[in-house]
Structures are given as structure tokens and as C-alpha cells.
Ligand binder design. Structure first.
Ligand code: CP
Length: 318
């Protein structure tokens, strides 16, 4: 695996998930594996889980870490080719990425979409430029369109908690007044649609929130949330803005909030969310503090998913 940008970079999905589960049993089993290797973590946007879990993962492999919040510590990066740099950007990504690549053996990049132009966001320009110019392996820490470290964690967590061979997994849109990216649901759909995920995958959302076809694939779309949640083994809640009316909030209908009455429709289903989330706006306290919620255990698994990915990248590139 040269880069980790999407599920397409994964040659053997069950093997990667099992590696993550193995790391959970014995987190320090490869404590020297990344000795003398440096992981650079470049954040153009805020983060709690990705930032801390990826640092922790690198530490357990013996790697050194350099972390920079480019949004307020670095020079603003220009991505357009051939431009006269008269604007606010002081450094071109050609130099910025190339220089970080001189100091680091693997680079993680977080770069959110601006949600103004679908073409611009879906070309995932910042991540692509780092791949082009850094000359070292790149791991996505959430791009404009995908969040593969989160999705590997999600699949690992489903593997850990599955009680039936082929569980029903429901991705449900939940309301929010802000315009949020599609990266997490796109990525979750991509991973759940993989044949080796071995799940019955359903997506439920109000009309107008259909995800891009390239990611939603053959997932069953059910517009009635109550019908979709029936007998679910896993409920994955997330808000996203519209893909087709790009970046728009089409509704904030509170009937889509997840509460105990929604969870009662499930097969004693587990509740998941990538976090962060606003309590009682998207999901009620009674669910988050109840016995079906596994969102904290899910967040804990971020470390082990990152360990599996970094170990594989170290194996394959050095
Ligand atoms: N789920 C997730 O990526 O969390 P952070 O944005 O806090 O990193």
C-alpha cells in the first residue's frame, strides 16, 4: 500500500481489519517497527480523534511525530497551478508539500471541502497535490470527500460487535442546521458496499440527500427512516449536506433525530457515530448514555485502525 486515501488502496480488507483487531489485543506488539521513521501530521482543519489517535498509533510503533496545524501555524497554501500569487496564500503546495516530504517518511493530511463548488471539492485538490509533490506515502486524515481511517474503524467495530453472520447496517441522516461535508457517509458507504464487509447495507435520508453514485453504489435507499431502522443490527447516524444541491441544508426536520423510540425499532441494534456530535440536536441523551451506544468504543478503535494502516505502509514502503 503506497497511499491510504480510499478503500481502493486496500488489497486485502479482511486482513487489514484483523490486523486492527490484533493491535487491540496487544497494542505494543510492534513497538520498534517504525523506529527512525517520522510521521508528519498536517491539519488544515480541527480534529480531536484523528489527531490524537493517529499520534498514539504512531507512538506504539516507535515512530517520531511532527504535527502542524497549517490553518493557523503554517503559511496559507496555494493549490492552483501557474497562478500569480497576489492573494492571501504565501506558499505554493508544490514547495510546501515537497518540503514536508523532506522531513517526514509518511505524511497524514486533513483537508475539508469548502462546500462551495462540487467540482472543486470532489477533485480533492489538496490531498492530490500532496500525493503529487511530497514524494512520500500519504495517509488521508479526512479529505474533501472521504475519511478512510474512520471507515476502517467503523468496519472493525462492526466486526467486533456483530452477533449475526450478515448484520443489517443502517446509515441514517440526522438533522443539523450547519452545512456539513459528505466525506464520512461517502466513505462509510464505500466500505460497507465492499463484498468483504458482508453486511446488508441500507441508507435512509430525506429526499435530496442522495450521496454520489460512485460511493452509495448498490446500497438500498429507504426514504422512510422508521422502515429503514426496522430490525437493524447497527445504526450509524451522521448529518451531511446535499450532494445534488451542493452544500445546501435542505431540511432540519427534527423527526429524523435518533431517540429511544427509533432504537426500539431495531434488533437491539448498536448505535454508532464518528463524532463530534451535538447532543439532543441529532441524537438524544437517552441513546448516547444508554446501553446500545458504542460510539466511545468506536472512537477508541481509531487507534488500532491507524496502527494497522501505518504498519502496512511501513512494511510496503521501507
Ligand atoms: N471522527 C473524527 O474524525 O473526529 P475528529 O474530527 O475529531 O478527528
Amino acid at each position: 500500500m503506497r497511499h491510504f486515501i480510499s478503500i481502493k488502496d486496500v488489497e486485502n480488507l479482511p486482513e487489514l481489519v484483523n490486523k486492527a483487531l490484533d493491535f487491540k489485543k496487544d497494542p505494543w506488539k510492534h513497538a520498534e517497527f517504525g523506529k527512525h521513521k517520522t510521521l508528519g501530521l498536517i491539519f488544515l482543519n480541527p480534529s480531536l480523534r484523528t489527531r490524537l489517535s493517529t499520534q498514539k498509533a504512531a507512538q506504539t510503533l516507535g515512530m517520531s511525530i511532527m504535527l502542524m496545524n497549517f490553518d493557523n501555524e503554517g503559511w496559507a497554501l496555494e493549490t492552483e497551478e501557474g497562478v500569480v500569487m497576489k492573494g492571501t496564500s504565501a506558499e505554493h503546495v508544490k514547495e510546501g508539500a515537497a518540503v514536508v516530504g523532506q522531513y517526514c517518511d509518511i505524511i497524514g493530511v486533513r483537508s475539508f471541502p469548502k462546500l462551495r463548488s462540487r467540482d472543486e471539492d470532489y477533485s480533492d485538490v489538496m490531498l492530490s497535490k500532496f500525493i503529487q509533490y511530497a514524494n512520500v506515502p500519504i495517509v488521508s486524515l479526512e479529505s474533501s470527500i472521504l475519511h478512510p481511517l474512520q471507515s476502517l474503524t467503523d468496519l472493525m467495530t462492526i466486526e467486533e460487535y456483530r452477533t449475526v453472520k450478515k448484520p443489517k447496517v443502517v446509515l441514517t441522516w440526522v438533522p443539523h442546521f450547519k452545512s456539513l461535508p459528505q466525506a464520512v457517509p461517502n466513505s462509510f458507504a464505500e466500505w460497507m458496499n465492499h463484498p468483504d464487509a458482508n453486511v446488508d447495507f441500507v441508507i435512509t435520508h430525506p429526499p435530496g440527500y442522495e450521496l454520489a453514485e460512485q460511493f452509495r453504489g448498490k446500497a438500498e435507499i429507504i426514504y422512510d427512516q422508521n422502515e429503514a431502522l426496522k430490525d437493524a443490527d447497527f445504526v450509524y447516524a451522521k448529518n451531511w449536506s446535499s450532494y445534488h444541491q451542493y452544500g445546501k441544508v435542505l431540511t432540519t426536520d427534527s423527526s429524523w433525530v435518533i431517540d429511544n423510540s427509533k432504537m426500539d425499532l431495531t434488533n437491539n441494534g448498536k448505535f454508532m457515530h464518528c463524532l463530534p456530535l451535538r447532543r439532543n440536536l441529532k441524537v438524544m441523551d437517552e441513546v448516547l448514555d444508554g446501553p446500545q451506544a458504542i460510539h466511545i468504543q468506536q472512537a477508541a478503535n481509531r487507534v488500532h485502525a491507524a496502527q494497522a494502516v501505518l504498519k502496512k505502509m511501513l512494511e510496503d514502503n521501507f
